[in-house]
Each structure stands twice: as structure tokens, then as C-alpha cells.
Ligand binder design. Sequence first.
Ligand SMILES: Cc1ncc(COP(=O)(O)O)c(C=O)c1O
Length: 447
Amino acid sequence: MSYTFTRSQELFQRAQGSIAAGVNSGIRKMEAPVPLYFTRGKGPNLWDVDGNHYLDFQLGQGALLYGHAPEGMADALAAQARLGTHWAAQCELEIEVAERIQRMIPSAELVRFNNSATEVVTAAFRLARAHTGRPLILRFEGHYHGWADEGLVGFANPMDRWGDDETPAQLHPSKGVIPEVLEKFVVVQWNDVAHLRRRVDQFKGQIAAIVFEPALCNTCCIEPVEGLMATIRELCDRDGMLMISDETITGFRFGASCAQGYYGYHPDLTILGKAVGGGTPFAALAGTKAAMAKILSGEVVHAGTLNGNPLCLAGSKWCLDQILALGSEHPRASQALGNHLMAALSELGAKHGIPLRPQGPGLIFHTVMLKPGAAEGPVRNYRDYVRRHDAPRWAHLRRCLLEEGVRAIERGLWSISLAHTRADIDEALVRCTRAFARHASTWVRPA
Ligand SMILES: Cc1ncc(COP(=O)(O)O)c(C=O)c1O
């Protein structure tokens, strides 16, 4: 079976008349052959306006750790909606959610809520600068920290302008950015401990914080090398910088104590998004009392009309209760499913002569498509990925997968939800078998 997308095409055409470029987040335009329009989701299943059914591994860009439309969450949201959707004031629910986060994440001594992780990143950087009285943030090339001016410096450096390996360029993929913002970042390559030490020493006394995605999920899916987290902690302690763990993707996916529990480190500030709200617009800044001090004193402004919105809080409370109830079963169960899927995709690739190399810790992983002649072995950092990943060939396979009813994130990231079962993975693999065969027989490199 190969899907058609006529109704999505019609709606996308119509949307051009009222929505700028037809989508509400630029990345959604990447979906080929057309940005899809959905009607319904349930667990790992998703249906579009053409009646096509997908086994979903895109999962709302990873936010739907609990799957689509879980009954309990729907009930919690509906019950809250009847009581009120917004007060811009306090309610007991916000304490209940904060206490759950505190219980699960040892470094979360205090929290503050926002509605997107982009906002939380802004707050964390402001707090770090106020805390240290220093101007610079050290960040890693290819890591994504939201779409604001400060979040994207060095995220998508193009190869012809990315600078030498020792001094990655502070480029921003958007026009319209305040130019001085670029100068406030030191960009460093991921997974090179000696290089990180040299860069920190080069700017000694000027760096307020080191920020990172603990597993680099926004460029491939690249776990930290042994010793990297310990080195970041050591350097932050030595030089009085704050360690900021951006757990927007890894938070609660990697277990109740997030990636910081999974890899064993203790940050000063943590950025939580996506799974903390399970698909509601909810995000949190968590940190030690010391790191949050300037919010307590009122010297750092942190605000937002919809912060601690009761609807999001009701959703979040339900989500966090699922994680708490799973105990040590999470993330083991979803990791086992993901590992099985990764191994089966590798086998399918080998069978069809497709150089596909799934990479990641199973809970989430990336399907690297090797360019002709590219070296084997795990991708280590952003530059390695850009040099070795065959984006056009992956895009072709991704479209074949979509047309057989398997949906991964456009750039090649797959997330496993707590709603996926072994039967869902097996069904997805039946569909993948068809998609791989079709890709192998129809793939032609564009001229
Ligand atoms: C690591 C990371 N940080 C921050 C963000 C920004 O989150 P939001 O889209 O909620 O603003 C994202 C979004 O994908 C992310 O992956």
C-alpha cells in the first residue's frame, strides 16, 4: 500500500492564503511531499485527513512520551477546563507539579514554569549572567536551544563558513538577529574534552555558563563521550560557571531523573519542555537554590501571563504521575523496544544494500544514512554528521516510510513512547520492510 495525500495538499494550498508560508513553525515545511494535516491520534497511532494511518515515531517532536490522547490526561484536562483555563494567579496544582519535579530530579531544588522551552532558555541565560556578572555563554555546535536569538548561535553552521575546528563560528541561521548577540557566545565542538578545556581557558573569567543537550538529539543522536559531563561539572566548579542541562528532549524520556540521572551528573540549572507537559504548552526551569537566587531576590525578571496555567498544570501532573508510577521500569521498557527497532532497521538496511546506521540510546535514536564512501563508526559531533550523513537519500527513504504509514521526525530522529508495544514495533517493521524495498528499487541521486 502506498499512501496519497490529496486532502493535505488541498488544505496546504488553502493555508497559503491565511497562514504565512502555510505553517506555524518553519520546520514543518520539511515534511514531503506536503506538510500533513491530522485529524486524530491514539497511543502510537495517528490518522491524517486522507484517512492514512501512521505508526508515529515523530510524536509531536518528542513531546508525546505518553502517546497520543491518553485517556487519563484527556479526563484531567477536561475536568480542569470546566473549572477554569487561566487565572494568571496561584493554584495548588502548581505546587503539586513543582513538588513532583523536585522529587524526581535531585538538582531541582526550586522550579519556575513557562509555556515553551525557548522562554526557559532565555530565563536560564539571564540568570547565569546575573549570577556570575559575566557576559558569555559557552555552547556546543549543532545543539538547539530554542528559536530565539540566543538559542540558535552555532546551531546550523554551514560547512563553507563554519571556521576551523578549534574556533567554530558564531553564526545564526536567521536574519534579523541582534548582531551583538552573536558575540556573547563561545561555540565549541561536542565530545572533545581537551578542546573544551582549551576554549574555557581562552575565555577564563568571562563565561557565565556552559549549556548543552546531554544527548545531542537535535543533530543526529549523539551521546556524550565518557568523562564529558564530569569535565563540564569540574570546569564549572573550578571557574564559578553554571552548568545548564537542556533536557527539553531528554527530560523524563531518559527516566524519572532525566538524562542527568541516566548519565550521572548534577547541573545547576535544568531546562524542561516537551514531556513535562505531554503535548500541552508547558515548560519549566529547575535549579539549585543557589542558582535560582537572583529570581528569589527579584534581581532577575522572570514573567509570563500564562505561566503556571492550570490547564497545562493538570496535564503535567497526570504525565509526571505516569513516570512516578512506572518506577524503575522506565526507561528500561521503552529502551528495549527502541533497541529492537534499531537492530531490525540495521538488518533491513543491510538486506537491501541501504547504508543506514541507527544511532542513539534506544529511547530515542537517529537513522544516519551514510554518504557513498563515508567512514563507518558512530557519528561524534556536528561536523562529523554534516560530512557523513546523506540527507537527500534519507529524505527519499523517509518519504517511502511515510507512504507506508511509518512516521519519523523529518530529519531522521525516532522517539519511542510509553504507549508503543512490541506489536506496534513489529507492525511498523512490516511496513518498513515494504518501504525499504521500494526505496532500494527507486532511489536515484538527484542530479
Ligand atoms: C533541546 C531543546 N531546547 C529547547 C527547545 C525549544 O523548545 P520549544 O519549542 O518548546 O520552545 C527545543 C525544541 O525542540 C529543544 O529540542
